[in-house]
Structures are given as structure tokens and as C-alpha cells.
Design a protein around this ligand. Sequence first.
Ligand SMILES: *Cc1c(COP(=O)(O)O)cnc(C)c1O
Length: 339
Amino acid sequence: MIDLRSDTVTLPSDKMRKAAYEAEVGDDVYGEDPSVNRLEEKAAEILGKEASLFVTSGTQGNQIAALTHCRPGQEIILEANAHIFLYEGAAISAFAGVQPRTIEGNRGAMDPREVEASIRAEDVHFPETGMICLENTHNKAGGAIVPIANMQDIYTVAQKHQIPVHLDGARLFNAAVASGRNVKDFAQYTDTIQFCLSKGLGAPVGSIIAGSSEFIHRARKWRKRLGGGLRQAGIIAAPGLLALQENINRLAEDHLHAKQLAEGLGQIEGLEVVNQVETNIVMIEITKETISTDVLIDNMKKHGVLAGGMGPNRIRFVTNLNISKKDIEDALSIIQKVL
Ligand SMILES: *Cc1c(COP(=O)(O)O)cnc(C)c1O
């Protein structure tokens, strides 16, 4: 199967399995797992933050950020198609007790003036604004890179109003690699960050949240409350560390494959690429009226290509470290054949 459904489907390499097998471990709730500690130090260093915390998933990392930054009854500002808003089961409301205030972005980037206008004034009727969330790359916008200048402008607004900024950077390394910038250049314009080890970086489990030492100290307690305090977690942290050491730069290959896929798909009659492909996500619209998304996805599957449906006439492809140039060529000829 050529699995282009997501960058989460990657399986751990032999080297990662070996790292897990050989990992030095201890009880991480006591802070005694050397492999977890190494991963957290390395992640903080790469991001240019004081400290970081290994969490079970991206969703858990984002929720810990909301719980740590906000109080119940507050409001958070985020983009209208943000993962935190669309795909986290309303956890910000269920757990942190905050309500979302959404702003429609342009390819995932919110207008800083709109962000400022959405910050609540002091009034007995109003909730307080507890946090501003950014997402980079922006998943629903097709892996769009939110420009550093946009992050800087929003961070300036946030600082003026003393509101913390959290970055849902599930794919932040994709943004950095694709724009040829250091990840710190993005990270400097946010107080806290969540990024996924288990997406394009190819680790089997986990995410990192990073920020000030004081933030991470409080976040650690929220992680424990949520049941995310793991014991000999070095078993899963060791492949995560390997992912940071070896898999960041190779994201460029995923991006190249995504561009090749987009180019090929664009040449197939009856399909149209609808996003500007900057990283590892390609979205297409089926313009041929005689075939539905479900039927095309089914036909592709029968011939060995997996992709994800996005409503009645859209399909999404995500390149990842299991995909080769040959897979892209094969996928294109299969799609052409079954359409
Ligand atoms: C995948 C993703 C998450 C959630 O990560 P999980 O590990 O699946 O919980 C959060 N934000 C964005 C933008 C994502 O793409």
C-alpha cells in the first residue's frame, strides 16, 4: 500500500526500535528517566526555550497549554479552521472551561489587526482573553506556512495586552525546513509551543510542549492531572530523540515528493490541485462530475493507494517518510487509471 492518508502512519524504523530497546529508563514522574530528560533538554535547546515536556500526543500538549495559560470562563483567540477548534473534541471547553473566539485567516494566518480587535476590553459582561493560538504549518489550509512576520506582528499585539501566545506547531519543523529558516526564528514569537514527534519526524509516539521553566513546572502538574505522567517513558522517548537528531532535515524530501505529486495530479484531466503546496500536504478537487470522492478513494484503495476524503469532492494526500519518489510515480499512474 502507498499510504498517503497522513504523516502519522509512518512506522518506526529498525533504528528507532533498537533505540527503544536499548533506552536507559527510570520513573519519569520522579523526573528520573534519563532518556526522557535527554529528549526534553534537546527539544528545548532546538526551539530556544528554557524547558520542555514530553507529552502523549499533540492534542494533550495543546490542552495542557490551554489549562496552564487560562482560567475557566476565559476566551481564547484562534483561527477559524485551527486543529484545536475543529479536531480536538471541544477539549478546550470541556477541560480548560474556555470558549473559542475564531478569526477567519488567510492561508492559516490571522490578520494581527483582527486579533487585536478581538481582545476583550475590561467589562462586567465580557470574558477575559486568556490566550492567543497560532498554528504553523496550518493543517486545514493544506500545510500552509504562516509567515514569521505575521507571527511577530501577532506576538507584538499579544505582548502589548499581556496575553500569552501558544503555537500549535504540530508541523513546525515542516515550516522551518520548507522556508529554510531555523525553527527558533518561528519559536521566538510565541510563549509556548507544541510540536509532534509522531508526524513527519517519524517517531511512534508523543509530542513536546516547550516554554519558560515556570510554565513547564505548572504544565507538568496538568500533565499528571490528565493521566499523562508516564513511568519508564524512555522506551518511547528514545525514538523521539532519534527523530530530532536524524529526521528534521529529511522533511525536505517529503516536501519535494508533495510537489511532484501536485504537479502530476495537476496534469490529470478531472482533478485540480486546490492548495499552494508549500510543505507535505496536497489537496485536490474532483472536477469530473461522474465520479464522487468515495468512489475514487475506493478505486484507488483497490489498486494500492490510500488517501483521505475531505467532504463531497475533495481528497487530501500527505507525504511522509515511508514514501519514495517511485511511490509518487506509481500513485500518479494508478490515480490516472482509476479516475
Ligand atoms: C495532528 C495535529 C494535532 C494533534 O496531534 P495528535 O498527536 O494527533 O493528538 C494538533 N494540531 C495539528 C495542527 C495537527 O496536525
